[in-house]
Design a protein around this ligand. Structure first.
Ligand code: ADP
Length: 244
């Protein structure tokens, strides 16, 4: 099986200080991988490199086997950036429909097909009938699901999420992660940056630990068998007992 995302010795710096050093990582079809690490360890930067927002200083990135520089099939990748709900009040008063439609900007299609796709995406995230509502009138958890719908509406094969549940209450978080689990079971490949170690424990299949370098990448069960890595990257939370 070929990887859908492949980083080969990727290094990056915004200025002088290295942010990523020789990171090699492969994500395969069907993976549900959590990217974890301390604040400032380069997680968001790594996702931004994968979606082409930043260029690595050295190393190679391939998406679906194709070099990033020549990759154009961006609809195959859905991206939910960090703190996106915090931006909601600062933008024009968008409706739910308009927000989800942003995910189709690079996929021109007729209006009825667009409407159909948007309805399906909202159905998938459990917000059927919310189209006409103003985004800012929804709860944080509902807004987060609208942004998930925006990422899903192009029918991607891979979903990248950067701390998607920041500022969302626990019940809404659980619902959100259950939904991701369901999407993964339906075949969507997922790479998620998260601080939420309980979520890592309950929902993901693989774990990648980043601290400027990739310290560990493997199955969740294997992660649990490395107490020193597990302890450090769990921020002191003891999760070994939860590993199955
Ligand atoms: P994480 O997602 O793991 O918290 P980031 O990828 O956001 O880490 O940041 C990695 C490092 O790069 C941090 O030291 C951060 O301060 C720095 N950094 C992030 N974005 C920028 C930027 N736009 N300009 C300069 N430095 C940045």
């Amino acid at each position: 099986m070929n990887p859908v995302i492949e980083l080969e010795k990727v290094s990056f710096a915004y200025e002088e200080e290295p942010v990523l050093e020789e990171v090699s990582l492969r994500i395969y079809p069907g993976d549900f991988c959590a990217l974890i690490g301390p604040n400032g360890s380069g997680k968001s930067t790594l996702l931004k490199i994968v979606v082409g927002l930043l260029q690595p200083r050295s190393g190679r990135v391939r998406l679906f086997g194709q070099d990033l520089s020549s990759f154009r099939q961006w609809w195959r990748i859905g991206y939910v950036p960090q703190k996106v709900t915090a931006l909601v009040d600062r933008v024009l008063p968008l409706t739910v429909y308009e927000t989800v439609a942003l995910g189709l900007l690079n996929k021109p299609m007729e209006k009825p097909e667009q409407a159909q796709r948007i309805a399906e995406a909202l159905e998938t995230v459990g917000l059927p009938g919310a189209s006409g509502r103003l985004l800012r009138e929804l709860s944080g958890g509902q807004q987060q699901r609208v942004f998930l719908a925006r990422a899903l509406v192009g029918q991607p094969e891979v979903l990248l999420l950067d701390e998607p549940t920041t500022g969302v209450d626990f019940a809404a978080q659980e619902k959100f992660y259950d939904l991701l689990g369901e999407l993964n079971r339906r075949g969507l490949t997922i790479l998620i940056v998260t601080h939420d170690i309980a979520m890592v424990d309950r929902h993901v299949k693989q774990v990648a630990c980043l601290n400027r370098r990739l310290v560990f990448h493997g199955e969740h069960s294997e992660f649990c068998r490395h107490p020193e890595i597990c302890g450090f990257f769990s921020g002191g939370h003891h999760i070994l007992g939860h590993c199955h």
